[in-house]
Design a protein around this ligand. Structure first.
Ligand SMILES: C[S@@+](CC[C@H](N)C(=O)[O-])C[C@H]1O[C@@H](n2cnc3c(N)ncnc32)[C@H](O)[C@@H]1O
Length: 215
């Protein structure tokens, strides 16, 4: 059973592509993708034996031997040639940076990356490397998870407000994004009431401008 977060991520995977899931742990995402017929084949990668044995157990329970392949290795060091899409979910930004920094990603259709916090650092990394953000989603699953879909085939750089809030999220303004902005606004407001920190007022002003469609 996938969490809402992983389910929404699974919906970002184009049909008939081969996925390499980095830091797969339990292997739930690649097993779901193959079981549902979205992917003909997928890889569950992890750099530790313990998590990888959990992935092997999921593969066995789902009868997906030979279709979901466990791979031991740091990041994408042992990635196979037939991979189209890389997913990296549920990790910190610095681990993701370690995994992707200096790698040639141009062979992949796109990457789907969800860091647990500091999505702005991930967007800055994407921008600094000249990658192209194809789309972004916010998943409200008892926490606002931000997911970046990007490729290394286009070339782009993003401005400060786009880095902070997400260029596609700002453009699409969907319900989860608006709920997230209101949550952020309330958090800054509560802190301001306690601390009288003037910076919080600037954050609120910025969020209000976005809510009023002024960006
Ligand atoms: C918190 S789990 C996330 C599991 C799953 N991706 C999810 O989103 O629910 C993080 C996993 O990443 C693995 N990991 C951490 N650093 C890694 C690296 N450099 N290469 C491969 N796997 C790594 C850990 O061993 C762990 O199993």
């Amino acid at each position: 059973m996938l969490s809402k977060r992983l389910y929404e991520i699974s919906r970002l995977i184009e049909k008939d592509k081969v996925v390499f899931d980095v830091g797969s742990d339990h292997g739930l995402l690649p097993c779901f993708l193959v079981k549902e017929g979205i992917c003909p084949k997928a890889y569950a990668g992890d750099n530790k034996e313990g998590p990888l044995s959990r992935a092997k157990e999921t593969i066995r329970k789902c009868h997906l031997e030979g279709k979901v392949i466990p791979v031991l290795g740091d990041g994408i060091e042992n990635i196979a040639d037939d991979v189209n899409i890389i997913t990296i979910c549920g990790m910190g930004f610095h681990t993701v940076k370690h995994i992707l920094e200096g790698k040639d990603l141009s062979a992949y259709d796109y990457l789907v990356v969800q860091v647990n916090k500091d999505p702005d650092l991930l967007r800055q990394f994407i921008s600094d490397n000249g990658y192209h953000i194809i789309d972004e989603i916010i998943v409200d699953d008892n926490f606002f998870y931000q997911v970046e879909i990007f490729d290394a085939r286009g070339h782009n750089s993003y401005g400060a407000i786009e880095i902070k809030y997400g260029p596609c999220l700002l453009r699409k303004r969907d319900d989860d994004f608006i709920r997230y902005l209101k949550f952020l606004r309330k958090m800054h407001h509560d802190i301001y009431l306690r601390s009288k920190d003037q910076n919080r007022l600037k954050e609120i002003e910025e969020i209000d401008a976005i809510l009023n469609n002024e960006y």
